[in-house]
Write a protein that binds this ligand. Structure first.
Ligand code: GDP
Ligand code: IMO
Ligand code: MG
Length: 432
């Protein structure tokens, strides 16, 4: 079975979008399996930048079918905007290019209002969410009161579900957070318009479609959002998102068997970044951190917030390899590290005076660890125009070899710039 998962191996923004767009050339189907419009996946093709939030990163390949799985939380207004933009720029011409699962959960304005209200109530202890309503929408799903994508096409069901939801949401918003309530008639009117526009993309059974496609030998790429360290169960809780970001969830969220997965590609940057609050052991608060931030344009593609930057963290990466079952790695943004005399790599942590090599599961311990940094020689050359691995400067190759050996996992792809063509191939994606 030809299923490959692309998963973020750090705290998100590793370059998953670029990689999926590159891989999509060889894929028949690209499935986005979790998260929502909190994601910002950037694709650069012929110098033209496209930022996707919900639409899978295979959309710039007209022959590829893009699927949004049941495990995604869809802000229907946001996806309508995204689709309009893609259509306006001629990038989405055939509705058959995009299939949205009827079983996915939808995000409505009250989810966003609650997300914002909860964050401001936390004041100093903020998670630093994207404000896209992700947490409240997944709460509704778990509480078995979510409104599904398929519901927006059935007026009666939608009205009943909205009425029930608003009783509680408005009580919370007005009574607890002292905010304005939402009116059912306004929401119904807006949703009717959205439903009309999104109807061509409606797909009743994506799970069946993908199972049949895999059986007939089609190649399916599963695109993760966020990253391992933001996973609801295995990330740096509570500073995480509200979905399972791990590769295993590609199957659960889409409704395909785990035996469909041939490879799990872990995407990581040559350094580490994090947006929002929470522990970040290798964070740099100095000029080097600022240089990485400036050279890597480390500003969020969803919220525009500046991303915190630090050296590569092998302890966290080894953890990601283990919990996802990563079989192959893609090393992104190596070009950003040009111009440093020496490059730091965290190989272990010190916790309460002891050296440890495994990521502590307690968030309180993760706050306390000190990174132990090994130093490698840097390089000055611009890597962005390099076309072949053999043209990389010697210290860059040493850096890549060192990281690969430490991680004990093959690095299959090296990326030297945001553009599709700035990708140095090591190994093909699919085995067949
Ligand atoms: P994602 O959320 O994992 O898809 O990553 P984002 O798109 O949020 O952030 C990655 C950023 O790095 C985007 O601006 C990409 O265009 C850019 N990018 C991706 N790969 C490379 C690379 O190899 N080098 C450089 N300089 N930029 C890259
Ligand atoms: P992509 O797919 C980086 C972070 C937020 C916040 C935490 C919870 O582009 O890699 P949420 O809005 O999900 O409730 O916020 O998770 N976060 C991301 N950080 N990349 C992302 O997505 C993220 N999606 C959420 O900054 O710290
Ligand atoms: Mg991103």
């Amino acid at each position: 079975m030809s299923g490959v998962v692309v998963v973020g191996a750090q705290w998100g923004d590793e370059g998953k979008g670029k990689l999926v767009d590159v891989f999509a050339e060889k894929a028949d189907i690209v499935v986005r399996y979790q998260g929502g419009a909190n994601a910002g996946h950037t694709l650069v093709v012929n110098g033209l930048k496209t930022i996707l939030h919900l639409v899978p990163s295979g959309i710039l390949r007209p022959e590829t079918t893009c699927v949004i799985a049941a495990g995604v939380v869809i802000d229907v207004f946001s996806i309508r905007e995204e689709i309009r933009r893609l259509k306006d720029s001629g990038l989405l011409q055939n509705p058959k290019q995009l299939m949205i699962s009827d079983s996915a959960t939808i995000i409505l304005p009250y989810h966003k209002a609650l997300d914002a209200a909860r964050e401001s109530a936390l004041s100093e202890a903020k998670i630093g969410t994207t404000g896209k309503g992700i947490g409240p929408a997944y709460e509704d799903r778990a509480a078995r009161r979510a409104i599904l994508f398929g519901d927006i096409f059935d007026r009666e069901t939608l009205y009943k579900k909205l009425e029930l939801a608003l009783q509680e949401k408005n009580f919370l918003l007005e009574g607890f957070y002292k905010l304005s309530p939402f009116k059912i008639d306004d929401l119904m009117k807006d949703l009717e318009q959205v439903a009309e526009e999104l109807a061509p993309y409606r797909a009743k059974d994506n799970s069946l479609f993908i199972a049949k496609s895999l059986k007939s030998g089609k190649r399916v790429l599963f695109e993760g959002a966020q990253g391992t360290m933001l996973d609801i169960l295995h990330g740096s809780y509570p500073f995480v998102t509200s979905s399972s970001t791990l590769a295993s969830n590609a199957c659960a969220s889409t409704g395909v068997g785990t035996n469909s997965i041939q490879k799990v590609i872990g995407v990581f940057k040559a350094y580490t970044t994090r947006v929002g609050s929470g522990p970040f052991p290798t964070e740099l608060h100095d000029e080097i951190g600022k240089k990485i931030q400036a050279d890597g344009h480390e500003f969020g593609s969803t919220t525009g917030r500046s991303r915190r930057c630090g050296w590569l963290d092998l302890v966290a990466l080894k953890y990601a390899i283990r919990v996802n079952g990563i079989t192959n790695l893609a090393l992104m943004k190596i070009d950003v590290l040009s111009g440093h005399d020496r490059i730091g790599i965290c190989t272990s942590y010190k916790l309460n005076g002891e050296i440890i090599f495994d990521l502590p599961t307690s968030p309180y311990d993760l706050e306390k660890v000190e990174p132990i940094i090994e130093w490698l020689p840097g390089w000055k050359e611009d890597l962005t125009k390099i076309k072949s691995l053999s043209d990389l400067p010697r210290p860059t190759t040493n850096y890549i070899d060192y990281v690969g050996a430490q991680l004990g996992t093959p690095i299959d792809v090296i990326s030297v710039g945001p553009g599709r063509e700035q990708t140095l191939w090591v190994k093909p994606l699919f085995n067949n």
